[in-house]
Design a protein around this ligand. Structure first.
Ligand code: SF4
Length: 356
């Protein structure tokens, strides 16, 4: 347990630094409202502020209120999200918007306990919404804050372990002030993002330097300690680019759960034999698909080796139903796709109407 004096000094150092250097002109800090704070917090999970800003602005333009988002088509939501990654966030955003309209009369609840019941809102995101949108005392512990606290207190052990996580939450709770909780919350996120950065902390510009135990070790970047290493599994997939006579491309919708859930993708197969079997089954005489490229796409928990095949000038409009559509080059941007599929379509020049 920290002394009140130590806690107050920590808070004052952070708040004084915020007054001089903290970010105050972010789009969601103008006309603060729970909807915008929630949207920004979801987008900021695992993503940097500079990446988020254009996405946030576009979302607000399309869906100025939670009501518009709740009534939006999920395909449009996903296409606006395309490129931000971690698509479950977009699907949860949509689900939560519907719940807010149906069960909360369009108003966000203002307690952590209620907020964490909503899809996609964890304890730290709930804390950030309560502190920032409602200015009520609530702690946050996102990646930035974890980094600052593990360094400041020189906490040994991987923060993903429950006992370390509990210890960090306890510290975060104790350090959160009653006054100026919104500024403090923003300050801690900013401090982690701009000063106490992952690989090059700028300790000489840090308001916490004089008492930072991590700084005193001469190697603050050892904190937070890494997760004990486990080799990542490697999976493989075949993706097929099929163009018809008009250079339209066949896209298929992925199931709503699992990787790239609900996004539009290319026909995908586990093996080359499976691809040939599927092509034979379509009953269409086409020339052999050609192997175009192979590359590795890495997810958080495995690598996916993708080999891409292409076949052009398919004559018949085979397979086109709700889950499979032919998309003309100029319509491709209207379909939410994963970064890997975007990459493939760019490589094969899918947006131009010229045949190979
Ligand atoms: Fe991070 Fe350095 Fe500040 Fe410690 S002194 S909190 S390591 S930037």
């Amino acid at each position: 347990m920290m002394t009140t004096n130590k806690i107050t000094k920590f808070q004052n150092a952070v708040l004084n630094w915020y007054d001089q250097f903290g970010r105050k002109d972010l789009p969601w800090q103008q006309m603060i409202e729970p909807y915008k704070i929630w949207l920004s917090e979801i987008m900021l999970q695992q993503t940097q502020v500079t990446t988020v800003i254009p996405y946030f602005d576009k979302f607000i333009e399309y869906f100025p209120t939670v009501n518009e988002l709740a009534h939006a088509n999920i395909d449009i939501v996903l296409s606006l999200w395309a490129g931000l990654g971690y698509y479950a966030r977009a699907r949860n955003l949509h689900k939560t918007a519907k719940i807010i309209m149906a069960e909360y009369d369009g108003k966000f609840p203002n307690t952590v306990d209620e907020l964490i019941k909503l899809p996609g809102i964890g304890r730290s995101t709930a804390g950030a919404i309560v502190a920032t949108a409602f200015q009520q005392r609530a702690a946050i512990l996102d990646g930035n804050v974890k980094r600052v606290l593990t360094r400041y207190f020189a906490i040994e052990g991987w923060p993903g372990k429950p006992d370390i996580d509990n210890q960090l939450w306890e510290l975060a709770e104790q350090l959160t002030p009653r006054q100026r909780v919104r500024d403090y919350t923003q300050a801690m996120m900013d401090l982690g993002a701009t000063v106490c950065t992952r690989s090059k902390p700028n300790c000489n510009q840090c308001p916490l330097q004089s008492k930072c135990l991590g700084f005193q070790t001469d190697n603050p970047t050892q904190f937070p300690n890494n997760k004990p290493k486990k080799a990542m599994p490697v999976k493989s997939a075949i993706m097929l680019v099929i163009k018809n006579k008009n250079n339209a491309i066949l896209l298929r919708k992925r199931p709503p759960t699992g990787i790239w859930g609900g996004l539009w993708s290319l026909p995908e197969f586990e093996t080359i034999d499976a691809m040939h079997a599927w092509l034979t089954q379509t009953n269409i005489q086409i020339k052999q698909p050609e192997s175009i490229i192979a590359f590795r796409h890495t997810f958080s928990h495995y690598h996916l080796d993708i080999e891409v095949y292409q076949v052009d000038n398919v004559i018949f409009n085979m397979i086109a139903d709700d889950d499979a559509v032919w998309v003309e080059p100029e319509q491709l941007d209207n379909y939410g796709k994963s970064a890997a599929v975007e990459k493939i379509l760019n490589i094969v020049g899918a947006r131009t109407s010229l045949a190979r």
